[in-house]
Design a binder for this molecule. Structure first.
Ligand code: AHR
Length: 647
């Protein structure tokens, strides 16, 4: 390289390194109040998120209701599916096993969801509904088989009588294996019928019998979500209207919740999962309970009467919309009605007489065109007239901008919904460039719910890499600065099974035994744990910091603790020196506090199930009177929690 060019570059680089940025935070006045629900989670049964994931059931197709009833099962000997005199009217199929006394005994294995994850020493509850026409008792062997095919645990059960009854057994495997199987053998000559064959860890979240995977809920809990949107996404719309998510099918005794096709079973040619159905074992009651456990406001989404427009063109006629609207009204009663109301009683009978205190409901997901506002308006009028305090969320369609978006926003204003759900799955560059997206939004109409977003890096096949995480952190400073209009924000999707995913990136990955938090997760967590109550003005050269010199920033006050919380992103290749001056502090007040940061020199770095390298770390900060001098590393996201000393 020419010597002079080299000297010029060196001078230029050292100048950049030395450049001091001065930001001023005015702690004296609140610019806007931040919604306590601001940062939340969005759950959808995609990527084996519910069955095979959060829902802790280990047996796939436990009720033999899949269209091909042996999916998930490997039958051997004389094993047939029947539905005469069933145990459950809405899940009528069951399995008949006949041991005809030959050498080969009869039975079946269940393969679980890409295997059954078992942990040595943990307890598992096996259960089955069973009957036998035989006079003498029938003996069964319940076995746990490891991935080498060794049946290292066997337990015998006896069954008598031709009436359906439930048998249970506690199993404690002497091995750990993520790809185990459950085996059931009929040892005695004769016939037994079995249905709803189930295996659950005892150690579910809160030890509930029809419970959720404790490690996955723990990961959600640690996000400190303010809002919990469920159960989708496209699955609420269905591949057609008959497979839309119908919440009433997802409550009541779990054995009788009818199976539904999953919207994502054959959505992608390259990622078809013909074994992907919804058992509804994780249903609306469980979703409400989970909201309560997480301390998050529940936000259910219901079908507006239009099936997923990417999948088909089915729309319910306006004259036939009444049952859909009734479903929404009944859901509000299920959550908030007294125990003497029809649906409030159902809730109480399921074990929750207290109200779930539902405050918001979303109608429709990613609809577009005139049909959507026509239908939404009917819902809105009916909900407003019966439940005026319930907030209604409408949709701006599947894109961040464009025709659909431009048509729907004015329609949402006309209808007068409270919030508009926006979705954007865009590139890291888009996220960096859109930190100012909401700066000029119309403040008079509905508020914004950033209901689904994720940074998609197509150059790395949409990996959850550090670049995507940092671009989200930068973008979120813009959500925070505009917290007067952006009231809720939820990354999407939430979960993915490492061996059974259709969509990426995702916030949390898991296999049958363990869980992995992505750098994107940690960004969400850093925001969720540092929400604050009020937006403060933070400026550099008289402007918000939205990418100048690759810097992004926001500041909030947390009134209950009096802390000032700063969020700073340096997306540049060089470290950045930043001086923060505080306006509105009395002379003698000094700033002390803590700093957490996420950093990597490698844009493509990812976490794996084996190792999480990208995790927030703590950094010391020096206390100084009324200002802070910081050095932000390249590619970094910092949160400073600062305490004013008593004046
Ligand atoms: O989050 C995955 C999918 O993306 C959602 O189901 C849908 O709303 C969007 O298209």
């Amino acid at each position: 390289m020419n010597k002079f060019i080299y000297i010029f570059i060196a001078f230029f680089v050292s100048n950049i390194q030395a450049q001091q940025h001065v930001m001023t935070v005015d702690v004296s006045k609140s610019m806007a109040q931040i919604s306590p629900t601001m940062y939340g989670i969005f759950f959808e049964d995609i990527n084996f998120g519910a069955d095979g994931g959060l829902y802790a059931e280990l047996v796939k197709n436990r009720s033999f209701e899949f269209p091909q009833p042996f999916v998930g099962w490997i039958p051997f000997g004389n094993v047939k599916i029947r539905n005469d005199q069933p145990c459950f009217d809405r899940n009528p199929h069951y399995v008949r096993i006949i041991n005809d006394g030959h050498l080969l005994r009869a039975g079946l294995d269940n393969e679980g969801y890409r295997g059954i994850g078992l942990k040595k020493g943990e307890e598992y509850r096996f259960s089955v509904y069973i009957r036998t026409p035989e006079i003498k008792p029938m003996k069964l062997s319940i076995e746990l088989v490891n991935s080498n095919g060794e049946n290292l645990l066997k337990k015998e059960l006896e069954v008598k009588g031709n009436e359906w009854k439930k048998l249970t057994a506690i199993l404690k495997p002497p091995f750990t294996d993520s790809h185990s199987r459950l085996r059931i053998l009929l040892l005695t000559k004769g016939t037994v019928d079995m249905d709803h064959i189930s295996l659950f860890p005892i150690n579910t979240w809160e030890k509930r019998e029809n419970g959720l995977r404790a490690d996955l809920v723990q990961a959600l809990y640690e996000l400190k979500p303010g809002v919990f949107r469920f159960p989708g996404g496209c699955i609420i719309e269905g591949n057609n209207l008959s497979t839309r998510y119908q919440w009433k099918n997802s409550i009541g005794p779990v054995e009788n919740r009818p199976l539904n096709e999953n919207r994502w079973n054959y959505a992608f040619e390259h990622k078809a999962f013909p074994d992907y159905f919804q058992s509804y074992g994780l249903g609306f009651y469980e979703y409400f309970l989970l909201s309560e456990d997480l301390g998050a406001e529940p936000l259910p989404v219901l079908s507006c009467g239009i099936a997923c427009q990417y999948a088909c063109d089915e729309t319910v006629a306006l004259e036939e919309l009444a049952p859909y609207v009734q479903d929404a009204l009944d859901l509000i009663e299920f959550a908030n009605g007294s125990t003497t109301s029809k649906w409030g009683k159902v809730r109480a009978d399921m074990g929750h007489p207290e109200l779930f205190d539902l405050k918001m409901i979303a109608i429709g997901n990613e609809q577009w065109g005139e049909r959507y506002p026509e239908r939404l308006e009917v819902f809105t009028k009916a909900i407003r007239s019966r439940y005026p305090n319930i907030q209604i969320i409408g949709s701006s369609g599947p894109n961040a901008d464009g025709d659909k978006f431009d048509y729907l926003w004015p329609e949402m204003r006309r209808i007068g919904v409270d919030l508009v759900d926006e979705h954007y799955y865009m590139s890291p560059n888009w996220f960096f460039a859109n930190a100012n997206r909401y700066d000029d939004y119309d403040r008079k109409g509905p508020k914004v719910f950033a209901g689904e977003y994720a940074s998609h890096d197509h150059s790395t096949r949409k990996a959850n890499n550090f670049l995507t995480a940092l671009s989200e952190a930068a973008f979120m400073t813009g959500l925070e600065r505009n917290a007067d209009i952006v009231r809720l924000a939820t990354y999407a999707p939430l979960f993915a099974h490492i061996e059974a995913w259709q969509w990426n990136p995702n916030l949390i990955w898991f296999d049958n035994l363990s869980v992995m938090r992505t750098p994107n997760y940690y960004v969400q967590q850093m925001y969720g744990m540092n929400t604050g109550t009020d937006v403060l003005s933070l400026q550099m050269n008289g402007k918000s910091v939205t990418g100048q010199d690759s810097l992004y920033a926001s500041a909030v006050l947390n009134t209950p603790t009096g802390e000032v919380i700063l969020k700073l992103v340096n997306a540049g290749e060089q470290s950045a020196k930043v001086q923060i001056d505080f306006k509105g502090l009395k002379k003698q007040q000094i700033i002390s506090g803590t700093c957490t940061y996420l950093q990597s020199n490698n844009w493509e770095a990812i976490n794996t199930l084996k190792q999480e390298l990208l995790v927030p770390r703590i950094c010391p900060i020096k206390t100084q009177p009324r200002s802070l001098n910081l050095e932000l590393q390249p590619h970094s996201f910092y949160i400073y929690r600062l305490q004013k000393s008593p004046s």
